[in-house]
Design a protein around this ligand. Structure first.
Ligand SMILES: *Cc1c(COP(=O)(O)O)cnc(C)c1O
Length: 399
């Protein structure tokens, strides 16, 4: 059978370093679906790993990109570009923290910037530099951010890792307290752990970390690279808790599919990065910034925060019904449209079965199937998808 997917895959495998192991070529996308080069269509409940939150080919986003590409594709940071300036104002406004923004190009870079800013502040505030991060967390793949990522599979082979990180158990305040010493400057966490298993922080934990930071003069850093931009039903997941971080980071869904990262501070840290203290050639790219402004406009005008909460609750409930039915399905957890189905065994088996039905999902941690559909998902779309889920479960775990 001649098939374009396999031909492209062969070229890919022979020329691209094998850090990923994909089997499907994606040639295009529309709304909540993608298609391979042979015309097979899939519901994309990965959203390109939480990126395409307003769906593929969103008209407003495409038009914003096209218009900005024609006007100005790049502007160095020696000059001011208008879309990035407007986006900074918008993000500060949405955060309510009264601070400022530093732009970069990815999640790892945004977290790297947060780590550097925390150290810079710590150097001037008691000579402190150590950052406490959570086990099962994920913060990126640069040397500092793999070190912040307290997971062995991410760090193996990369010694010596930078010093200045200590690890604690997520949702365990006593463990965080025990990891703090006189060198500690910050506590960094994902309000909902994504890669590690779609685990939301508890209210008590978020409040406890905030109180601890206040008590010991530490910075609270929220990594919102996956959970941000409406994914959990609020602009930023920390807004779903009654706390405010000192710093938080964004990337994945920020710019509608274009690479962009951002570090957002509160008022206290707004001027910690002084002139030349940090920089990025492409940071604040005008096309990415124009796309991000369009994404925010779409989220606001289509009321996608409320939609994520509403449709997320329906999806969670339907998954819970399956979990009640199958012994192999242990739990359903998450917030908004960031959901995890905990399975007894390897989640890859189920992800493959979903794919065979025409539904793309992700794994997370050791035993979780992760659902990150576009925030534009409707209850009507869900009906078709739930039939696929039902068939896949029957194939995989049925009698
Ligand atoms: C994906 C992710 C990152 C890394 O982002 P990149 O853009 O791949 O560098 C960091 N933190 C979290 C929570 C993520 O989900």
């Amino acid at each position: 059978m001649s098939n374009k997917n396999d031909a492209i895959l062969e070229l890919y495998t022979s020329k691209v370093m094998p850090t990923y192991a994909p089997s499907l070529v994606i040639a295009g996308g529309k709304g909540i679906t993608v298609r391979d080069p042979d015309g097979m269509s899939y519901y994309d409940f990965t959203s390109g790993i939480g990126v395409q939150s307003v769906g593929y080919g969103n008209k407003k986003v495409v038009e914003a990109i096209q218009a900005q590409a024609a006007a100005l594709t790049h502007c160095s940071n020696l000059f001011v570009n208008i879309p990035a300036t407007n986006l900074a104002a918008k993000l500060v406004d949405l955060s309510g923290l009264g601070g400022k923004v530093f732009f970069c190009n990815s999640g790892a870079e945004a977290n790297e910037a947060a780590i550097k800013l925390a150290r810079k502040w710590g150097a001037a505030n008691g000579g402190r530099y150590e950052i406490v991060t959570m086990r099962q967390g994920f913060h990126g793949r640069t040397l500092a951010t793999v070190t912040a990522t307290a997971q062995a599979w991410c760090q193996e082979g990369y010694d010596p890792l930078p010093v200045g990180f200590a690890y604690a158990d997520f949702n365990d305040l006593a463990s965080v307290k025990a990891a703090i010493n006189e060198k500690t400057v910050a506590i960094m966490l994902e309000p909902v752990q994504g890669e590690g298993g779609v685990t939301p922080a508890t209210d008590e934990f978020m409040k406890g970390v905030r109180a601890l930071c206040d008590e010991k003069n530490l910075l609270m850093i929220c990594d919102e690279v996956q959970s941000g931009m409406g994914r959990t039903g609020t602009w930023f997941a920390w807004q779903g808790y009654d706390v405010k971080p000192d710093l938080f980071t964004l990337a994945k869904a920020l710019a509608g599919g274009l690479p962009m990262g951002a570090l957002i501070s509160n008022a206290k840290l707004a001027d910690t990065f002084t002139k030349s203290a940090h920089a990025s050639t492409f940071g604040g790219n005008p096309v990415a910034a124009a796309a991000a402004l369009a994404v925010i406009d779409v989220i606001e005008s289509e009321k996608l925060l409320a939609n994520a909460t509403k449709v997320g609750a329906v999806l969670k409930e339907k998954l819970q019904e399956f979990a009640d039915q199958y012994d192999k399905l242990l739990d359903v957890r998450g917030k908004g449209l960031m959901l995890g189905l905990v399975v007894d065994g390897d989640p890859k088996e189920l992800v493959e079965a979903f794919k065979a039905q025409g539904l793309l999902t992700l794994t997370a941690g050791q035993n979780v199937v992760r659902f990150l559909p576009p925030l534009t998902l409707s209850e009507d779309d869900l009906e078709d998808v739930m039939d696929m889920v039902s068939d896949a479960l029957d194939c995989t775990y049925g009698e």
